[in-house]
Ligand binder design. Structure first.
Ligand code: COA
Ligand code: AMP
Length: 630
């Protein structure tokens, strides 16, 4: 039996003692009454009755325990030519002052604060300051358009929004403030105030009476202390794509989150406190929340905040530069970043220019990792390359090769085994657990371990209907795959309309809703087509309203612009074609799965339920005009 086997078995047979032991690493103001609270089955809570503060655990306690001068955060921004190292003491002090800014506006425990910011240290300060006073933050990714921000404002109903004048993408400055103003115009809920960080690359005009300048406010603010909250109080809401245009607000609590994330740093990632950990993601995504901000800081590591890209800032050696300059021990990113690097530097020549001697492991997640990318990274970096699988909902990995508790052999295409705490089962078409090798829906045994979602923000029924109803006693992941005879988990595809574009999770349904709003479009379908660099790209087919005589190219161009304006550039929606009809079943269901196979040039069987098989020929021809279906 391996070390992993023993620990895994203990976590499943006696989860309460397993997580109670892990909880000893966290500073509690009051200990729990129950480790696992089953009173509201199927909604479970961890550490009920306990009280703590997440910001205290992430900053203050390390300052008190001798890490005051250790860098907590290294900000590395090739797009602005800036680097800044911020010690635990300095980060604690700035956070306490910014918490004072929020408190002076009457913001308190339970109030929501939206953070719409680029990858700057102030974004992390804002997140931790919310945690410090018990406010609930909701970070919105900068690549989303005003409409998406507005939807989140209406759902979270924030008292304040913290933003910045601009973000910097290679070759262009993204003015955030007009997007923020537009979102507030669109939303029915209005925040009391906006706190805006003016960046020197482009400042923004502030709205009198509503907007506050970050620096002015900080200068005048008094530092405030941590407010003790319940372990079960929400720490943040993070919206993620569902199958419709209405995103799901994933809630994370304070207690279980701190316990689980602390535990993952050593047991999964194999790092010790004090080491440098780098997640090359964005704070707007779950990877950024968990592994740029909370887990490394809770564990006393130094985290790297990188405002740049894997390529083009300035070249495909950027990752190696960051690893060597900041002595990164463990890195986490999405496979798409490595595909981008490999495309530009296939032989990995730029790697040799840097000293990577302190670099021990690379973790990949966010999308399926193709074996070419895995093998290329293994060969060029000569360190373990670990594919691991998780979701915004789970907050940390469901399946991984846990380096801290004994590395298992790597099998390309597999995220290895269930992480301690997780029961993973494949369900067949009837909803019965399937044997090894059978492909089916992947479900996880309830109760999920600590640090996972207690539910959706103010939408328990939607959570139950979406995730807990199909397989009673299980959480439905929305992913499909299989488990082999060695208990290795293979995640193959989504079972719903979610696609993964450059590691970013998007809903084809949300894009369809935007296209359907075009005045000339009668109906439409969007499918995720395979892409060598980004994994998948959304491609649309449009059916026009009868009598529309305009040029198809104009309608397509307008549709592309509409998605960019309403969803955001991150959707990378660039291709669409007009068809006379969409392939549908006799009951009217659009055959998106078949369309995707046609676009990818995969073999497919004409569904027996199809209303008119000739529609498939037209779909094939349309995809060929877009460069697919060959
Ligand atoms: N703010 C504003 N716009 C943004 C943005 C942000 N934070 N992030 C991306 N965008 C824009 C990009 O500028 C681009 O705009 P364009 O159409 O004008 O070129 C568009 O959104 C698409 O972005 P992206 O898909 O990221 O493409 P890219 O060509 O800029 O970069 C990769 C491609 C692969 C290098 C990049 O996607 C990457 O590094 N991915 C890693 C994924 C990741 O971190 N995932 C998180 C989970 S681990
Ligand atoms: P997100 O919530 O944005 O993190 O996206 C989660 C989804 O990304 C999962 O449900 C999977 O579909 C996909 N995903 C994440 N990691 C992996 C992985 N290692 N292998 C396969 N798919 C993955």
């Amino acid at each position: 039996m391996t070390q992993y086997d023993g620990i895994y078995r203990q976590s499943i047979e006696d989860p309460e003692n397993f997580w109670a032991a892990a909880a000893e690493n966290i500073h509690w103001e009051r200990r729990w009454d129950r480790v696992l609270d089953r009173r509201n089955d199927p909604l479970f809570r961890w550490f009920s009755g306990a009280r703590l503060n997440t910001c205290f655990n992430a900053l203050d306690r390390h300052v008190d325990a001798g890490r005051a001068e250790q860098p907590a955060l290294i900000y590395d921004s090739p797009v602005t030519g800036t680097q800044r190292s911020i010690s635990y003491r300095a980060l604690r002090d700035e956070t306490a002052r910014f918490a004072g800014v929020l408190a002076s506006r009457g913001i308190a425990r339970g109030d929501r604060v939206i953070i719409y910011m680029p990858m700057v240290p102030e974004a992390i300060v804002a997140m931790l300051a919310c945690a410090r006073i018990g406010a609930v933050h909701s970070v919105v990714f900068g690549g989303f358009a005003a409409n998406e921000l507005a939807t989140r404002i209406d759902d979270a109903r924030p008292v304040a929004i913290v933003s910045a004048s601009c973000g910097i993408e290679p070759g262009r400055i993204v003015a955030y403030k007009p997007l923020l103003d537009r979102a507030i115009d669109i939303a029915s809920h209005k925040p009391d105030c906006c706190i805006v960080l003016q960046r020197e690359q482009q400042t923004a005009e502030l709205v009198r009476g509503r907007d506050i300048d970050w620096h002015d406010a900080l200068e005048k603010a008094d530092a405030v202390d941590c407010v003790t909250v319940d372990a079960t109080d929400p720490l943040y809401i993070l919206y993620t794509s569902g199958t419709t245009g209405q995103p799901k607000g994933i809630v994370r609590d304070n207690g279980g989150h701190a316990v689980a994330l602390y535990w993952t740093m050593r047991d999964i990632y194999g790092v010790e406190p004090g080491e440098v950990f780098w997640a090359a993601s964005d704070i707007g995504w779950i990877v950024g929340h968990s592994y740029i901000v909370y887990a490394p800081l809770l564990h006393g590591n130094t985290t790297v905040l990188y405002e740049g890209k894997p390529v083009g800032t300035p070249d495909a050696g950027a990752f190696w530069r960051v690893i060597s300059e900041h002595k990164v021990a463990c890195m986490f990113t999405a496979p798409t970043a490595f595909r981008a690097i490999r495309q530009q530097d296939p032989d990995g020549e730029l790697i040799d220019r840097y000293n990577l001697s302190g670099f021990r492991s690379l973790f990949l997640a966010g999308e399926r990792c193709d074996s070419n990318t895995l093998h290329w990274a293994e060969e060029k970096l000569q360190v373990p390359v670990i594919d691991h699988w998780w979701q915004t909902e789970t907050g940390w990995a469901i399946a991984a090769n846990c380096l801290g508790i004994g590395k298992l052999p790597v099998k390309a295409g597999s995220a290895t085994r269930a992480v301690p705490g997780w029961g993973v089962t494949i369900m067949d078409a009837d909803g019965t657990p399937a044997g090894s090798g059978t492909v089916g829906a992947i479900a996880c045994t309830l109760p999920l371990p600590p640090g996972t979602l207690p539910g959706y923000w103010q939408a328990d029924e939607r959570y139950k209907a979406t995730c807990l109803s199909r397989f009673p006693g299980y959480y439905e992941t929305g992913d499909a795959g299989y488990i082999d005879a060695d208990n290795y988990i293979y995640v193959m595809a989504r079972t719903d309309d979610i696609i993964n574009v450059a590691g970013h999770r998007l809903s084809t349904g949300a894009i369809e809703e935007v296209l359907a709003a075009h005045p000339d479009v009668a109906e439409c379908a969007v499918v995720g087509v395979s892409d060598d660099l980004k994994g998948q790209l959304p491609v649309g087919l449009l059916v026009l309203k009868s009598g529309v005589k305009r040029q198809h190219a104009d309608i397509v161009a307008e549709s592309v612009q509409l998605v960019r304006d309403r969803v955001g550039p991150v959707a990378v929606f660039k291709k669409a074609a007009v068809v006379t009809r969409l392939p549908k079943t006799r009951s009217g269901k659009i055959l998106r799965g078949t369309m995707r196979k046609i676009a990818d040039g995969d073999e497919f069987q004409t569904p027996a339920t199809i209303e008119d098989a000739t529609t498939l020929d037209e779909v094939g021809a349309a995809f060929r005009t877009l460069g697919y279906a060959s």
